[in-house]
Design a protein around this ligand. Structure first.
Ligand code: URA
Length: 217
């Protein structure tokens, strides 16, 4: 898809889905939070769901976690306008409760539509929900973060959710380091092909950290 096309297609997708009523969250939402950033982004970040501020403003990651995300992006030379930021759910779950499986199942088409149009080189899943959805696994984030997977044409790298790092200082350092890995991965993305860890290696016994084994970082 060439340049003007991606922007147009993303806009079309937005217009198609912004009045979504596929699940009950449409009744309690203030605004549908499509996502924001560049249609031509090489890196896409996928969070969990809009919170209170996001619901009010219609934009992703505008609260404290968003501030941290901006800082982390800055640490690798990015402005948020150069990446694309989206969520698994486009509408806020009341009281910021966890997304429900039936909500994820109906909302995932929207996310998949965005990924198809943007076609980023790297998708960073922020926390458990986006990681489990995009890797199609029920494994926890702790064992998956910082690893690199190839699914279809995309490199997927799970990292801790910024909100978790705000509450747990031990996760903050790991998150900062994982952002440096994103940078390195992006710099070498055009060179790597068969070396990434494949989804087929997501077996229960596969707990060792394969990064070094792969020589990616
Ligand atoms: N947390 C998320 O997962 N997404 C947002 O948009 C904001 C906070």
């Amino acid at each position: 898809m060439d340049k003007p096309d991606k922007r147009e297609k993303l806009k079309e997708l937005y217009l198609d889905i912004r009045d979504c009523q596929r699940c009950g969250l449409c009744k309690s939402r203030t605004k549908f939070v499509f996502g924001s950033g560049s249609a031509y982004a090489e890196v896409m970040f996928v969070g969990e769901a809009p919170g209170k501020n996001e619901d009010l403003q219609g934009l992703p990651f505008v609260g404290q976690a968003g501030k941290l995300l901006d800082e982390l992006l800055g640490s690798i030379g990015f402005d948020r306008s150069e990446v694309f930021i989206a969520n698994v759910l486009k509408c806020r779950p009341p009281g910021n409760r966890d997304p429900r499986i039936e909500e994820i199942n109906v909302c995932k088409d929207h996310l998949m539509g965005q990924i198809k149009v943007i076609d980023p080189k790297i998708i960073c899943t922020l926390g458990k929900f986006s990681t489990q959805l995009l890797l199609n696994t029920d494994k926890g984030i702790t064992g998956l973060r910082g690893k690199v997977f190839r699914i279809d044409n995309h490199i997927i790298m799970p990292i801790n959710h910024p909100a978790a790092a705000l509450y747990m200082p031990s996760k903050m350092e790991i998150l900062k380091q994982d952002f440096q890995k994103i940078k390195k991965l992006l710099d070498s993305a055009s060179e790597v092909s068969d070396s990434e860890q494949d989804i087929s290696s997501l077996e229960p016994e596969d707990n060792q950290d394969k990064d070094e084994q792969l020589g990616l970082f």
